[in-house]
Design a protein around this ligand. Sequence first.
Ligand code: BTN
Length: 247
Amino acid sequence: IGKSIIHKESTTSTQHIAHDEARNGAAHGTIIIADEQTNGKGRMNRSWFSTKGKGMWLSIILRPKISPLQAPQLTLLTATVLADVLHSYCNVQPLIKWPNDILLHDKKIVGILTEMQAEQDIINYIVIGIGLNVNQSKDDLPEEISHRATSLLIETEKEHSIKALIQEILTTFEKSYDQYIKNGFPEIKQKWESYGFKIGEEITIKTLKDHFRAIFLGIEEDGALRIKRMDGSIEKLYSAEIDWFEK
Ligand code: BTN
């Protein structure tokens, strides 16, 4: 991981570049980094604010020999890597909101976007995009997200080296990825659950169709959300969101 790093001062989105590079045969572990993204992408077609020099905007190309059905495990793995680095390197107490947002004091500091190119049951490549807010002050964060987003600067009251964070993240990612390939998902699952936001608690779940209250039990072997409905039935959900600004 990170043997080949492509660095752009400014680009539309490191995800776009990563897809282009992967289509052109870029090796497993190739990294795309940008100082600034003019069209950063979030999950569910949202945009991602990626101001110049204020955060880590990075995409990783992976070519894992796993089933496409296991791909969500890699997203959860990525979240545990970021949580570990924030915890041990930056001394903060992160929580992971399913599937893969990282929160500090209930505000989002990391977003992860996984995109896959697969044919039938063979993965051609996966691009994992990571956005980490590092040196934004409160005023740097756009008004519309400032009540639910934060940065390392805001949380720790000091600036952090983005370069050093990248190094730390890539090293930790490589270790965790190797462990995953060797031992499978159980260790990652356990770690994920140790950081899990609102596990064992009642949450509001939003799906495309509706929203409802349920108890968040944990995650499944394949990374799905495991919940207990108010009528006692247990369900697995693959595509849903935990409504986190609720009361
Ligand atoms: C989300 O929480 O919605 C996911 C955000 C992912 C943002 C990162 S920044 C690097 C990479 N390039 C993008 O355009 N998006 C991801």
